[in-house]
Ligand binder design. Sequence first.
Ligand SMILES: Nc1ncnc2c1ncn2[C@@H]1O[C@H](COP(=O)(O)OP(=O)(O)O)[C@@H](O)[C@H]1O
Ligand SMILES: [Mg+2]
Length: 312
Amino acid sequence: MRKITDPAQFGRVAVVMGGSSAEREVSLDSGRNVLAALKARGVDAHGIDGIPALLDALRAGHFARVFNILHGQHGGGEDGVLQGALESLHVPYTGSGVLGSALSMDKTRSKRVWQSLGLPTPKFVALPRGADVHAAAKEIGFPLIVKPACEGSSVGVTRVFEEKDLDAAVELAQKYPGDLLMETLIVGDELTVGILGRQVLPSIHIVPKGAFYDYNAKYIAEDTRYICPGLEGEAEASLRALSLEAFDALGCFGWGRVDVMRDREGRNWLLEVNTAPGMTSHSLVPKAAAVAGIDYQELCWRVLETSFREEQ
Ligand SMILES: Nc1ncnc2c1ncn2[C@@H]1O[C@H](COP(=O)(O)OP(=O)(O)O)[C@@H](O)[C@H]1O
Ligand SMILES: [Mg+2]
C-alpha cells in the first residue's frame, strides 16, 4: 500500500456521502466526520451529496480522487455501480472495486463463494420470491434467521425459534427489495473485524443489551457494549486470519469490515462483508483502529491512501 506524506499528493478530493439509499442519514454522519478529519490533516477535501452530483463534478474536472462513504445498494454507492462509473472515468477511489462491492452486497452469493473455498458460513437456503419457506425451514431447522439477501443495518432481520413465527419473519423481510436468505441461527458471540489496507484491526466483541445487534442497538441504544480486542491469543489471531481470507475471497480491496458469529464451541461463522462501513462516532472500524493506535484522522488518511490501488 502506497504511503503518502504530503496531503498535496492526494490532489482535490471529493468525499461523496448521503445519496438516496435507506442509509442516507448514517452516510451523511460518516461523511461529515471524514471530511472534517481530512481537512484537519491538510487534505483539499470537499463534500458532495450523492452520485449524480459527483459525476457532474468529476466530468467537469473538479476532483482528482474520491473518498467513498456512501452506504447501500441500488446505486447507493456500496454495490459496484458507482465503482464502475468511476473506473470508466479513470478516477481513483477508496475501497473495493466493482466485483468486491457487488459480491459483498449479496449475502447469498458471498456465502456461496466462501462455501466453495471451505470457509465457514452458517448453513443457508436462498429464498427467491414465492419459495416454499416452510420446506426451507425444515432443511435448516430451528432456530434460524431470516433476512433480505441484500440489505444492511439489520433491517428486516428476524430470529425465528418456532415454525409459528416463520410467516411473520418472511413477511417482514419481503418488505425489502430482492431475494431472501434463511440461515442457521448461531447462538454465541457477535464479532466484527475491520480491515485497513493489508492490516487486520483488533476484533470487536459486540454485546448488545437486547437479543441481538438490531437496528436499535446499532444506531440508537447507548447501552451496547464493545470489547476490543474481542478475543485473546490464538483465538484472536485465527479470527483475524479468517476475516482477511473472507475479505480477499470476495475480491475486496482497501478497507472494510467482516461480520462473524462465534458459537459456544468457539467456532467462527462468516456472515457478511461491508465494503463501506460506518465512520460515525459510534462506528466500529474507528473503535478498532483506536485500539490499534490509529486515531480517527489517521484512519481517514490511510483509507484515502488505498485509492492509490495500482501501487498496492
Ligand atoms: N446466522 C446468524 N446467527 C445469529 N445471528 C445472526 C445471524 N445472521 C445475522 N445475525 C444477527 O443479525 C445482524 C444483522 O445481520 P447481518 O447478516 O450482519 O446483516 P446486516 O448487518 O447487513 O443487516 C447481525 O449483526 C447479527 O446480530
Ligand atoms: Mg452486518
